[in-house]
Design a protein around this ligand. Sequence first.
Ligand code: FRU
Length: 507
Amino acid sequence: MKNKFITAVICSAVALIGLNQSVAIAQRNINQEVEKYRPAFHFTPKAHWMNDPNGMVYYNGTYHLFFQYHPGGTTWGPMHWGHAVSNDLFNWLEKPIALYPDSLGAIFSGSAVIDKDNTAGFGKNAMVAIFTHHNQKIENAKTGLHQYQSIAYSNDEGNTWTKYKGNPVLPNPGITDFRDPKVMWFEQGKKWIMTLATKDRITFYSSPNLKQWTKESDFGATQGAHGGVWECPDLFTLTVNGKKVWVLLVSINPGGPNGGSATQYFTGSFNGHEFVADSKEEKWIDYGTDNYAGVTWSNTGDRRIFLGWMNNWLYANQVPTVAWRGATTVPRELSLSEQNGRLLISSLPVKELSAFLEKPSMLSLGKGSTQNRKTAKIPSGKPFELTLETKDLSSFSISLLSSGSDKVIFGYDKVHNRFFIDRRNAGDTSFNKEFSAVHYGPRISKSSSISMKVLIDAASIEVFADNGTCVMTDIFFPKKPINSLEVLTNKGSGLKTLKYLPLKRIN
Ligand code: FRU
């Protein structure tokens, strides 16, 4: 009897362990399924919706990233500012929400500065956020006056915030789209400059104290791309050939070179009052479809570090992630170069990325069906960087294959002298009819071979061609993780090198 009892207890314990184990395994599988698109080295909020990066400011060795956040769901909704911090631009710690909607409205995009000289009177080195209040009631009343600029400050490095009592600091003058202030200190004029998106142009304002703002000028009503509304600008300098050049970034939605949202830029001069562009051509910071509303960190000295929202308003609310929606691009360092008389921005992943690269290997491409089609196995589902150099200037493509015929293809098309990403067969494209497409980016460099750095995460590809003079960022949703490559080159040409560098999983 006693033995039977013991046996029964042991049996049920074993059954229980077995059950627990299978529940744990099932749970893990569900989690893996739920989390299969969670990036390994790009920032995402733990849960809920995120769009634009906001208030990016560097202070006391910490990069602050605020972001458009809807804690009530996984689609866009009443906007808050989420907050995350990092010392290395890759390991992010998500903090409590920084700014909540209030009686003036929801908290739309904006920027943050360190007020070193206490111009606003909030304290020396106060962190001051300058953002758009968006008032839904006023929008419903259709007066067009529902967006205005407000400020908030923090004296404890962004942990707690106080909204200024005199908000809004810049009321709406009668412009429906009146938003996304990016503020910088203009040393020559000893004043703050606000660069604001005002429907189809940029308006510059100045202030001695972040509280009183005076209009300086407008730019762009007849320049640049105008397929959609102008949003999320940024104004800063970059140095080329020892000369400082002003750069103005302007996000536009829709009207991007491959449809939907994208970010154009102008180079030129700014004298504290007016921006004058040095050319009429359209230039884009990224030719892929998934780099939007990107701006640069403030207070980083001579470094210009850019971060975008890796998404597109065409389908952002429908992408098939589960617990969260929206990731950022890899942080990129911007520089300026002169190419055939044109001033062009190059973007490359920040040097901090190299700390997460594991031992590189030259890919040995096994024999394929023809001389020019070669394949290589890679560790399944591991994020990686590919760097390559071609022997000459012929067309080539590289397919990143997951299960069955699912693949995302990128490469160079010599006939049209352009780069491309083809995500038509890249996995789940069913959630929006605009998603399944091939995207193109022009080749600008005149050098006789092509170099590329390509970053692959669970659901994204970022191509930096010719030293970052043509960049393409696309998201995609493979049903199974990527586990091999197929390289296709023309007879007699090919790749000089193809290096595979696994990346450590950070998230
Ligand atoms: C850009 C944008 C901004 C606005 C914010 C609202 O993606 O439309 O213009 O401030 O998103 O979430």
